[in-house]
Design a protein around this ligand. Structure first.
Ligand SMILES: Nc1ncnc2c1ncn2[C@@H]1O[C@H](COP(=O)(O)OP(=O)(O)OP(=O)(O)O)[C@@H](O)[C@H]1O
Ligand SMILES: [Mg+2]
Length: 299
C-alpha cells in the first residue's frame, strides 16, 4: 500500500503562489524541500497525481515524485523539489515570452502554445535532458523527452499541459536541463462523479461511452497559432510524433512493453478511502482504451 505522509501542523515554511491549488513548501523528514499540494475536495486530484507518478516510473519517464500526504485534516500530495539548490525553474511561458505576439500572461487558450514551437524551444542544442535520467541511444535532443511527456498526456488524458506545467531547470553555473514532467492532477477522469462514471461504463450509447469520453480530451497545446481549438491529447502526441519520429517510436515501444499486472498493482496500492471502486474501474478503462489507441496508430 502506498504510504500517506503525515505532515506536522507547524511544517509550512513558504506558501506557493503558482498554480491554482492550495500549496506550501516544507522540509521533508529526509531534509528535502518538499511541496504539499491539496487536491480540490470531492475530486480525485490526489490519486490522479499519484497514479500518474507511478505510470511515469514504469515508463522510465523523468518525473516529479508524489506521495499521498495529509496536513491537519487536509488531504493532498507531497512532492520533493525537482529544482536543485541554487537552480531555478523557468516555466514555458517565461521561455516563450520573447516570441512575437506570444501571450505569456494568459494561462489558457494560448493559441501560440503549439507543439512545434515548444519542441523547437526545448530542442535548443545547449539544453540537456532532465538531470540524472537515463538517455536512450537514439535520443538526440532534450525535446525527445517532451515527446514522452505528450505520450503520457495522451495515455492518461491529461488536459492540463499548459505553459506553466512544463519548464527548464537553469542551474547556478548556467547549465540548462528540461524539467521532469509534473502536475498530472487533471487526468484519468478525476473530476467525474461516480454516478457519471457508472453511466459511462455501463451505457450502450456509444456517444456516452468511455471510448467517446477519451476522444474528447483536449490538451492545452495547439496545432497552429490560428487554430480555433486546442489539439486533443492524442493529436498533440501525433503532432510530436510527426516532428520527432524516433523519439515517439521509442516511447511507444516502452508503452507496449508494460505489463497489465504492473498497471493494476498501482491501483491496488492506493489506500482504501483514497479512491472509489468506480473511479478505479473508470481510470483503468481510460488507460486501456488510450493505450490501444496509441499502439494502433503507428508512427
Ligand atoms: N516537485 C516540484 N518541484 C519544484 N517545483 C514544483 C514542484 N511541483 C510544483 N512545483 C511548482 O509549483 C507550481 C504549482 O504546482 P502545480 O503545477 O503542481 O500546481 P497546480 O495548482 O496544480 O497548477 P495548475 O494551476 O496548473 O493546475 C508549478 O508550476 C511549479 O512552479
Ligand atoms: Mg500547474
Amino acid at each position: 500500500m502506498f504510504e500517506i505522509i503525515s505532515i506536522p501542523d507547524d511544517a509550512p515554511v513558504q506558501f506557493e503562489q503558482m498554480g491554482t491549488k492550495y500549496k506550501f513548501w516544507y522540509t521533508g523528514s529526509d531534509g528535502e524541500r518538499t511541496l504539499f499540494k491539496q487536491g480540490r475536495p470531492n475530486t480525485g486530484e490526489n490519486w490522479a497525481e499519484k497514479v500518474c507518478c507511478e505510470l511515469c516510473s514504469l515508463l522510465d519517464l523523468p518525473h516529479a515524485h508524489y506521495e499521498f500526504a495529509k496536513w491537519k485534516e487536509v488531504n493532498g500530495v507531497a512532492t520533493p523539489t525537482i529544482v536543485p539548490n541554487g537552480a531555478r525553474l523557468v516555466h514555458g511561458n517565461e521561455l516563450l515570452a520573447g516570441v512575437n505576439k506570444y501571450e505569456a500572461g494568459k494561462q489558457y487558450k494560448v493559441r501560440g502554445h503549439t507543439v512545434r514551437l515548444v519542441l523547437a524551444v526545448i530542442g535548443n542544442p545547449d539544453f540537456d535532458p532532465p538531470i540524472g535520467c537515463n538517455v536512450p541511444g537514439e535520443f538526440t535532443s532534450a525535446s525527445d523527452f517532451f515527446v514522452g511527456y505528450l505520450m503520457l498526456d495522451a495515455w492518461v488524458s491529461n488536459q492540463d499541459r499548459h505553459h506553466e506545467n512544463w519548464g527548464l531547470v537553469v542551474s547556478q553555473d548556467g547549465g540548462v536541463t528540461l524539467a521532469p514532467t509534473f502536475d498530472h492532477a487533471a487526468s484519468l477522469g478525476r473530476n467525474e462523479s461516480d454516478e457519471t462514471r457508472l453511466d459511462r461504463l455501463r451505457t450502450k450509447d456509444k456517444g456516452r461511452s468511455v471510448e467517446a469520453y477519451v476522444e474528447r480530451a483536449r490538451s492545452a497545446l495547439y496545432k497552429s497559432s490560428i487554430s480555433k481549438k486546442p489539439l486533443t491529447t492524442s493529436d498533440a502526441f501525433n503532432e510530436a510524433a510527426r516532428l520527432r519520429t524516433d523519439a515517439a517510436s521509442y516511447w511507444l515501444s516502452r508503452l507496449a512493453g508494460l505489463s497489465f499486472d504492473d498497471i493494476e498493482a498501482i491501483f491496488n496500492n492506493i489506500p482504501s478511502g483514497s479512491m472509489s471502486d468506480l473511479a478505479r474501474e473508470f481510470a483503468m478503462k481510460m488507460l486501456k482504451i488510450n493505450l490501444e489507441r496509441l499502439l494502433t496508430r503507428g508512427v
